[in-house]
Design a protein around this ligand. Sequence first.
Ligand SMILES: Cc1ncc(C[n+]2csc(CCOP(=O)(O)OP(=O)(O)O)c2C)c(N)n1
Ligand SMILES: CC(=O)[C@@H](O)[C@H](O)COP(=O)(O)O
Ligand SMILES: [Mg+2]
Length: 641
Amino acid sequence: MPDKPDTPLLDRVALPADMKQFSDAQLTQLAQEVRAETIHAVSKTGGHLGAGLGVVELTVALHAVFDAPRDKIIWDVSHQCYPHKILTGRRDRMGTLRQKDGLSGFTKRSESPFDPFGAAHSSTSISAALGFAVARDLGGNCDTGHGDAIAVIGDGSISAGMAYEALNNAGHLGKRLIVILNDNEMSIAPPTGAMSSYLTRLYAEAPFQDLKAAAKGAVSFLPEPFREGAKRAKEMIKGMTVGGTLFEELGFSYVGPIDGHDMDQLLPVLRTVRQRATGPILIHVLTKKGKGYRHAEHAPDKGHARGKFDVATGEQKKAPSNAPSYTKVFAEALLQHAAEDPQICAVTAAMPDGTGLDLFAERYPSRCFDVGIAEQHGVTFCAGLAAGGMKPFCAMYSTFLQRGYDQVVHDVAIQRLPVRFAIDRAGLVGADGATHAGSFDIAFMANLPGMVVMAAADEAELKHMVATAAAHDEGPIAFRYPRGEGEGVEMPERGRVLEIGKGRMIQEGKTVAILSFGTRLGEVLKASEALRARGITPTIADARFAKPLDRDLILRLARDHEALITIEEGAVGGFGSHVAQLLSDEGVFDHGLKYRSMVFPDTFIDQANPSDMYAVAGMNAEDIEAKVLTVLGVQVLDKQA
Ligand SMILES: Cc1ncc(C[n+]2csc(CCOP(=O)(O)OP(=O)(O)O)c2C)c(N)n1
Ligand SMILES: CC(=O)[C@@H](O)[C@H](O)COP(=O)(O)O
Ligand SMILES: [Mg+2]
């Protein structure tokens, strides 16, 4: 059937196979349509914008040249995968992105065969791609078959140690493996570190080399057309720097840098690599974060992740807020202490804005360190700072601190070094979903000997906990707080140093006691209101500490009540488990206490707004009310009855 000239090409692409007949000019046009579609989709849902816009041409080119899902395209972090989703059968569901029951904002194996590997934490793609390459060569049984393994990794993500572990291993194994380094000179914030400078030098200092120079290096891999002098390929080679790069020292052929927005460069290089590559090869692609959308291009850090916005003006639609964010409260409280104590310093792993440490960096640049996406190093660096007599605050999201866990154990806890862990994004975070949930830190921190573990119930409590951590020199200490805004409580001028291991009584009641750890306290109070209407007044306490436990408080609550319920924003193994251990050790269960622990269910909870996620977890006010009624054996009758 002849094409109507004005029919968008994208309407003809249900799956990548539909692009195979497109000319290079049509692929260029398709890229523009995918870009417009991406902007439109994110304007309606919010989400990661800049990274996806930067890889539109690369995505189209990869799907045009390679044969997914047989060829495995693995997006590092995968916050840039929206164009890929649009081209791989999910275009009609882009309006559900990052919402309950909708598309994930990341690649996800269970969502599509075109997502061979899920991600959201960075720097995993080369390892995973190498795994696919080796599985292919060993005859692994893969549902989608075996083809090329292609990792697409950003310049920020390649700053992490794990990426080098993978390059090192891949160079040694020598398998055919394609790594595309998507270099946009941005992480979320501007990238830091010597590696970033090195990449910049690679193209800043590399005047286009001629074929002769190229021949010195990766000529064995180089395409016949290049050698034979096909016109465009000849032009291409002028833009290639070959030989002598770090990547080559690691055993990779290096091609690049090439302009990642120019299809006339991308397509011939990818086609040639597909035809000719034998071992591991790295293609260095230069792109611009936010490409093609002025409001994202001009402020790539702000355009990294956005709420819903107006496409014409770039204005974000934000609900008005009544309380400061926990992150801001932490950052400002820390500044107060840093003003008085020159030994206080702060470390972030590539999240200066997200953790609020951008404020610290502005005020005290010599005491603030963005180590790049390097949580492991960040934790041990803090251990060294502490051993050297500084008072480091290691500010990390709960989910990313997971990556530095051995360092927390081996370098910090065993040596009892006073590193202060500010654990942001504790609990369920919303649209980023399961990969970003801060579910495990209570468990993995509280089981460490000598670690103090606190959770803030509201923003005033957080301020006290920052003060407590600043004053705590005896060993490591951690405090956790959630994503988003506080409760709107009155704020003290200064934080107060809390007594270590002491909770606080919120409300005296009888029959049942609820002991809360963290910001579920608000929901507990709501549940208490509902219970009052049923003639039940629970005792409510805020534990403040999961480690050390407030033994006196807990044993008193256990002794004076028929039932005790604990609640925390975390997985099993955390606060409630420690309380249960104490009650068991003290023989309290022998006397018939009814004990219940409310923790996250043993499942990964998909993205939704946080309240809906907590509903799935069964931890909102109505769930707490129901738990009380069940444990007390109260028949749930209609409230009017
Ligand atoms: C282990 C880990 N730490 C931190 C993050 C947060 N994070 C997400 S994207 C990103 C920047 C990635 O930069 P880059 O790889 O250059 O991709 P770009 O956004 O520039 O395309 C960071 C720090 C993460 N996802 N994983
Ligand atoms: C992909 C990634 O890891 C970050 O971009 C993350 O989505 C940021 O989350 P916050 O919005 O909570 O800072
Ligand atoms: Mg980048």
